[in-house]
Design a protein around this ligand. Structure first.
Ligand SMILES: *[C@@H]1O[C@H](CO)[C@@H](O)[C@H](O)[C@H]1NC(C)=O
Ligand SMILES: *[C@@H]1O[C@H](CO)[C@@H](O)[C@H](O)[C@H]1NC(C)=O
Length: 554
């Protein structure tokens, strides 16, 4: 991130915090930021007066801050003198409800830098052009509550844009239909200040939230096991979801994991894909900048429906070299249609809690990793069929498949289909030799050049019951939902991916949202694992591993 841009952002954030504090802090009070000073506002509830489940005026616990970093920061003095100046000037002495409403109005149209581009970007099926007709009203029903979850680990450069996106979502879905859970995991940048900004804005809008800061799991990065940290952070971010369910019987309709930057319309569109397919999970696609090009990122956690790793394709790749390797996925990707996958994460993704978290599925990881800091021995050998020590998301995907199979088992389908009985002995791909990029979710991926697979790791033999006998988990990638990171030219990326955006809508009418045919789980997948501690950058190795739902269920 260019220092200049970062600086601009910090000043912008400062201006908004200042604005928000001016509105929120009653005249008589001191300039200190006391959360109780916010509570009497919640302007939207005043305006609508509707009795909603997530009514922040009635239920104070719906807006909370945990583990606040209350150390003095460099902005304190600027803010204090700014506030004092404001209240001492004659022309600003008569702040009333109208001012608050005006301020909310301008916050609702708040645009971060990237967010401001969103309506101008090319999208398939006229998604951006039809914005006036399509207010996404179908998504904004009173009984549909949305849980927005975010894990922030020193990523302040996204936060202002992400807040802008949340404000836009609140505007479309209803401020009392969303809950925002932000987990600040041991950030060392200006995230702390920016979460103050988020708190102020969400309080002002009457949106429920929990903003929580936690220290790192282990002080020494070398002693940390990254998949375990991933699982821990996500489960913490989901705590309010489960608490509200268990203690208050409040059920959320979808969970929106915000990662990187995604345009609000793309998220709303992905919600539609999720609902139309009754999908367990729908992911966007991550694009990161790499030497002047945009490449698909997040190949650590994404597997196509054959269990293969996605290609590290560029955004302008030819039809035969697009990210998904399987034929159906590739064909649908080219038409900008959602396609089925074995696993995905790729930036912003939407999960149906009824098919996952409410069933007791939590994020987890393998436990028999090697702790390199507490042992001087080398990494012990593991059995060729030992569980994959991969990302917590990969575990989550396998859990979704197994949970679906457990719940919807049809024994009339228990006839092994011959073509499914033999595992194709795929070689792992080695057709791309680009070095890894430290951008986006691919920060976690491994270079393809390391992808030699020991032959004894290949799974053998037919499965006693093929995976196709079980009801498939519905996991989709929506290629129209673009997630990006710093350094991406959004206009160019959109043109690369979608051309002018003039698809023949009539031709793809129904399939635009719905996938008709669902495949069973692959019988093997590319396992990319971290066998040892060393934090996010610990070395990864790769093998092909069998996956038998029947065995998992036993
Ligand atoms: C690895 O061992 C060190 C030293 O005993 C310990 O502090 C650390 O928590 C361990 N790491 C994990 C992920 O268990
Ligand atoms: C699109 O709609 C037309 C008419 O409604 C229908 O005949 C056609 O099969 C549909 N196309 C697809 C791809 O579903």
């Amino acid at each position: 991130m260019a220092p200049k841009r970062l600086l601009t952002r910090v000043f912008f954030a400062l201006a908004v915090i200042l604005g928000a504090r001016l509105i929120l802090i009653p005249r008589s009070s001191s300039a200190s930021l006391d959360p109780s000073a916010f509570e009497s506002y919640n302007v939207f509830e005043r305006v609508t007066g509707v009795d909603k489940i997530l009514n922040v005026r009635k239920y104070k616990f719906l807006q909370s801050r945990m583990g606040r970093d209350s150390r003095k920061d460099i902005f304190d003095d600027i803010i204090t003198s700014g506030v004092a100046d404001y209240w001492n000037r004659k022309d600003t002495a008569h702040t009333d409800l109208q001012n608050v409403l005006t301020a909310v109005e301008s916050l609702l149209s708040l645009n971060g830098w990237v967010a401001a581009y969103c309506p101008t970007l090319a999208r398939p099926f006229g998604q951006n052009k039809n914005v006036d007709e399509d207010a996404y009203d179908d998504l904004a029903k009173d009984d549909r509550l949305y849980f927005v979850a975010m894990v922030i680990h020193s990523a302040d450069h996204f936060l202002v844009d992400q807040l802008a996106v949340i404000v836009q979502l609140a505007k479309r879905l209803g401020t009392s239909n969303i809950f925002v859970s932000m987990l600040d995991y041991d950030s060392t940048d200006s995230t702390t200040t920016l979460t103050d900004l988020c708190e102020a804005v969400l309080t002002l809008l009457g949106v429920s939230f929990r903003i929580r800061r936690v220290p790192g799991m282990t002080e020494d990065v070398a002693a940390a096991y990254y998949p375990m940290e991933e699982a821990y952070m996500r489960n913490l971010a989901l705590e309010p979801l489960l608490e509200l369910h268990q203690k208050r019987n409040i059920e959320f309709y979808r969970v929106i994991w915000l990662k990187g930057f995604t345009c609000p319309n793309d998220i709303l569109e992905t919600l539609r894909v999720s609902i139309a397919n009754e999908a367990a999970m729908v992911c966007g696609m991550d694009w990161a900048e790499s030497s002047g090009q945009f490449i698909f990122s997040d190949r650590w956690r994404t597997r196509d429906i054959h269990g293969d790793q996605f290609r590290q394709s560029t955004s302008s790749s030819k039809p035969d070299a697009v990210p998904p390797r399987d034929e159906n996925g590739a064909a649908r990707y080219i038409q900008h249609l959602p396609f089925q996958v074995f696993c995905c994460e790729a930036g912003t993704h939407i999960v149906d809690p009824a098919q996952s978290y409410y069933k007791g599925i939590k994020y987890r990881c393998g436990n028999d990793f090697h702790n390199a800091t507490s042992s001087s021995e080398s990494i012990p050998l593991r059995a060729p069929d030992a569980a994959c020590l991969d990302s917590s998301q990969a575990w989550f995907c396998r859990d979704l498949w197994i949970s679906k199979a457990m719940n919807d088992f049809h024994d009339d389908e228990l006839v092994p289909t011959p073509e499914r009985q033999t595992i194709s002995r795929r070689q792992l791909p080695d057709d791309e030799l680009d070095a890894d990029v430290n951008a986006g979710s691919d920060y976690d991926a491994m270079p393809d050049s390391d992808s030699d697979v020991p032959i004894d790791a290949l799974p053998t033999g037919p499965l006693s019951v093929p995976n196709s006998a079980y009801t498939p988990a519905r996991i989709l990638v929506n290629p129209r939902c673009v997630t990006t990171y710093a350094g991406v030219s959004h206009t160019q990326l959109a043109l690369d991916l979608f051309g002018t955006g003039d698809d023949d809508e009539a031709q793809v009418n129904a399939t635009k949202y719905v996938l008709e045919d669902w495949d069973g789980a692959p019988e093997s997948f590319v396992c990319q694992e971290q066998r040892q501690t060393g934090g996010r950058k610990a070395a990864k190795t790769q093998r092909l591993l069998g996956f038998s739902i029947h065995d998992e269920l036993r």
